[in-house]
Design a protein around this ligand. Structure first.
Ligand code: G6P
Length: 490
């Protein structure tokens, strides 16, 4: 595709699939579940444009290859002030904590909001510049919630899908947002709004009906007045029926999957299997517990470490036969709450290792750096117990990745009830991460699970993961969008 050509398919996400890493002087895959899931399914959509930020504020110094096979990257630049106000502020210190059940207090600042509006406008313009007439535009995640409405006003010809990768919160929490009306109107500019879970979908629809005047609901369809409605009703006032011409917006759950083939192939490769064996030999204990997360306070890393530490203190586990490996990928290190979390987690690792570690045998092997794909798969293979214990998580792909790599049906997954993944992976050992004693019991039970029971559960988990991979997710969403627009009323 020539750089100035337009596409029938456009993806917009805050991040491009690659980011500039100054320390390594190179482009690297972007962090997080959104990019890893989307990248693998792109062949289903190409040729396309991907509109997003490079991850670097101000001018990017390295040369930038905008053509990746059939995909053209269109960078949207952010100034240093915008990286602080729109990205670190509004996106990651207001919306992120609020949407994750308020597990950290969200901050509300008008300067952050103004920057969020300005950056959303810039994304909208960039999308407009590459979207062919009648194109499908798929907007992703919480950074760009105003784009659907802005784009509809600018380009009534395009079909607009929006997918929220993180949870949508309960109406009472969402209602705290001073900008709640603008965000709902922004989202309702889409033809299809995708949520990860039935819970998020329920929250979203209840929120819309309780906060937005003149919206009617029929199953998965919201009937949104064509004209802007008057101010919002107070929270929990009775829903009013739509009057006058309406537009249909579908709000449905589309649980995201992983690229199963990529993980099963890596898990079957001799190199990865050898590496997994080497990891086990190096750790040198009977039972390996593993956590793989971005270093984020929603992930419950500190809680699982506390639970493990208490089990060691109480003598219910011992570093003679048990060890934890925690990969904590650096994330959002300009946001205070992340700086504080890093300090807490690293103090905890020091404390637990100081108390329980032995020469050549730490209780916790801790990495604060991202690891290559093959190394992560080797770690999945080397583990006996996978600990996925977020306080709230839109989906959590790590849980699905672990399951996909267990070709021989071994291993136990301890999974928080508050992940989207738990809607599908009911046969995991489900835990309430707020209940440390419950978590301790689950870890002990996981370590002691007989092979046969583990195999029977893992088999069921594997079927669930295999049957809902990322290609299925992309197809369901895009089919729904095409279908909605084929019978639409624009
Ligand atoms: C989550 C979000 C993504 C985000 C990723 C990494 O998966 O849903 O939108 O890209 O975290 O976070 P970052 O702030 O580094 O982009």
């Amino acid at each position: 595709m020539l750089p100035d050509q337009k596409s029938q398919f456009v993806i917009a996400a805050n991040r491009l699939p690659v980011r500039w890493v100054a320390a390594q002087n190179s482009w690297q895959p972007s962090p997080g579940g959104l990019v890893s899931a989307m990248m693998t399914s792109l062949s289903d959509l190409a040729p396309l444009h991907w509109v997003g930020w490079t991850g670097v504020a101000g001018e990017v110094s390295g040369s930038f290859d905008t053509q990746h096979g059939d995909m053209s990257l269109l960078p949207v630049s952010l100034t240093h002030a915008e990286a602080e106000l729109y990205y670190s502020g509004m996106s990651n210190a207001t919306i992120w904590p609020l949407y994750h059940d308020g597990v950290r207090p969200p901050e509300f600042h008008r300067t952050w909001w103004n920057s969020y509006v300005a950056v959303n406008k810039r994304f909208c313009k960039a999308i407009d510049s590459v979207a062919a007439p009648g194109a499908i535009v798929w907007v992703h995640d919480y950074h760009l919630q105003l784009v659907p409405k802005m784009l509809r006003e600018r380009r009534p010809d395009v079909r607009i899908g929006f997918f929220l990768h993180i949870p949508f919160p309960p109406a009472d929490l969402f209602a705290r947002l001073p900008f709640r009306q603008q965000i709902l109107e922004g989202l309702l500019g889409a033809d299809v709004i995708g949520l990860q879970t039935l819970r998020s979908r329920g929250n979203f629809r209840r929120t819309v009906v309780s906060l937005k005047a003149g919206i009617a609901e029929q199953d998965e369809v919201l009937l949104v007045p064509q004209e802007a409605t008057a101010d919002s009703p107070p929270l929990h006032s009775p829903a009013s029926q739509a009057i006058g011409p309406t537009r249909k917006v579908i709000a449905r759950s589309f649980p995201i999957g992983i690229d199963v083939k990529r993980f099963t192939e890596a898990a079957a490769s001799e190199d990865v299997k050898l590496r997994a064996k080497a990891i086990r030999d190096m750790i040198g204990v009977d039972k390996v517990l593993l956590g793989v997360d971005r270093l984020d306070y929603t992930k419950g890393i500190d809680i699982r470490m506390k639970a493990f530490g208490e089990l060691l203190t109480e003598g219910l586990l011992s570093t003679q036969d048990c060890s934890m490996v925690q990969v904590a990928e650096p994330s959002r290190s300009n946001v205070n709450q992340y700086v504080e979390l890093r300090e807490e987690v690293e103090q905890l690792v020091g404390k637990i290792n100081g108390l329980h570690g032995q020469l050549g045998r730490p209780a916790i092997h801790y990495f604060h750096k991202s690891q290559p794909f093959e190394e992560i798969v080797a770690m999945y293979l080397a583990a006996d117990v996978m600990l996925v214990t977020p306080l709230r998580d839109g989906m959590n792909l790590v849980a699905k990745e672990f399951v996909a790599t267990r070709l021989d049906n071994t291993g136990v997954l301890v999974l928080s009830e508050f992940t989207g993944a738990s809607e599908l992976l009911e046969k995991a050992m489900l835990v309430n991460p707020y209940d440390i004693d419950g978590m301790k019991r689950a870890i002990l039970a996981a370590v002691g699970t007989p092979d046969e029971a583990a195999a029977s559960h893992m088999k069921t988990l594997r079927q669930a993961v295999m049957g809902n991979d990322v290609h299925h997710w992309v197809k369901s969403f895009v089919d729904c969008l095409e279908d909605a627009c084929a019978h639409d009323n624009r």
